[in-house]
Ligand binder design. Structure first.
Ligand code: 5FR
Length: 302
């Protein structure tokens, strides 16, 4: 809208070199900009007492002046602060000053699956089992807390120093049963948005299961399953379930992708059991850890 254009052309207030949490009096030294997303800029910050590093999402209040924009940030904080799971980004606090809202999050030094796939082009099946197991467990945990993430994609799976996957960015998440289902307009990321959301029917946890299928396909193949030159064509292919699995992909991987990408939400796998029951995981080698060299070159599983 016009206002967002105005907001964009005013220079954003700089983030001070040292930011202080007024409640805890903790002082954080602001390091480099790690990236931007939506209204937020994310900086690496260091607690000046403990030397602990964090990823600090900074949202200028000028950018969230409208009630629905402020509600989005409040929703993200309210949901994320209630979570605690090994494969979900740690939430370490939030505070505000007159200019910005600050959200302190677990720093994942190896960035996200976006950068890893950009470097590697596509991953080997054992690596996909390793990452998909953690991604599925993270979503299964969210669903057990009655939360739908609604924006599962490579860029929201961060990788920490020990190569563990951490699901982040709860800006579009919602609690099931809350009245926010009506705002589930087409707000997901085009490549990973589920057919039932496009048809504006009822939708629930299964939209995350669909998106996990898109993540698995993209990691193995090196591109998203429904990517085309136009958004309209992509939406048509999603609604008509039109995608191709290259023949180099194993039968068990292809079968699981087809289950994840079922047009009918009820036919998609159960996230609480799929890692223990599906042939792709049961009949294949699931590494318990990955060397950081996987960010650069294919590993040799001897
Ligand atoms: C050391 O840790 C990181 C480094 C980098 C990085 O090297 N980015 C470079 C910085 C220089 N520019 C030129 C290219 C990207 C990127 C991400 C890092 N870690 C890192 C980044 C993190 C988080 C944890 N950990 C969390 C949680 N949220 N965000 C977060 C938040 C936003 Cl708003 C935007 C982005 C960037 C887009 C993306 N999906 O990566 C990330």
């Amino acid at each position: 809208t016009r206002n967002s254009k105005i907001a964009k052309c005013y220079p954003l207030p700089d983030v001070a070199q040292v930011v202080i949490d007024p409640d805890t009096q903790r002082r954080y030294f602001r390091g480099r900009l790690l990236g931007k997303g939506g209204f937020a800029r994310c900086y690496e910050v260091t607690d000046m007492k403990t030397n602990q590093g964090y990823a600090c999402k900074v949202v200028a209040k000028a950018r969230i002046a409208k009630p629905h924009q402020r509600k989005k940030i409040v929703n993200e904080i309210e949901i994320h602060r209630s979570l605690n799971y090994p494969y979900v980004v740690g939430f370490h606090g939030f505070f505000e000053d007159d200019k910005n809202v600050y959200i302190l999050l677990e720093l994942c030094s190896r960035k996200s699956l976006v950068q890893l796939l950009k470097q590697r082009k596509s991953l080997l099946e054992p690596e996909v089992r390793y990452f998909m197991r953690q991604a599925i467990k993270a979503c299964s945990y969210l669903h057990s807390q009655n939360i739908i993430h609604r924006d599962i994609k490579l860029g929201n799976f961060f990788i920490n120093n020990d190569m563990q996957l951490k699901l982040g960015d709860f800006g579009l998440a919602c609690r099931v049963g809350a009245s926010t289902h009506d705002d589930m307009t087409v707000c997901g990321t085009p490549n990973y948005i589920a057919p039932e959301v496009l048809k504006k029917g009822r939708h629930g946890y299964e939209v995350d299961t669909w998106a996990l299928g898109c993540v698995m396909y993209t990691l193995l193949v090196g591109r998203p399953p429904f990517e085309t030159m136009s958004l309209k064509e992509t939406y048509t292919r999603i609604k008509t379930n039109q995608y191709v699995i290259p023949s180099r992909i194993s039968r068990s991987a292809a079968k699981l992708i087809q289950k994840f990408l079922s047009n009918n939400p009820q036919s998609r796998p159960c996230l609480h059991t799929v890692c223990e029951t599906d042939e792709f995981f049961v009949k294949g080698f699931v590494p318990s850890s990955l060397p950081s060299s996987c960010c650069m070159v294919p590993p040799r599983f001897t």
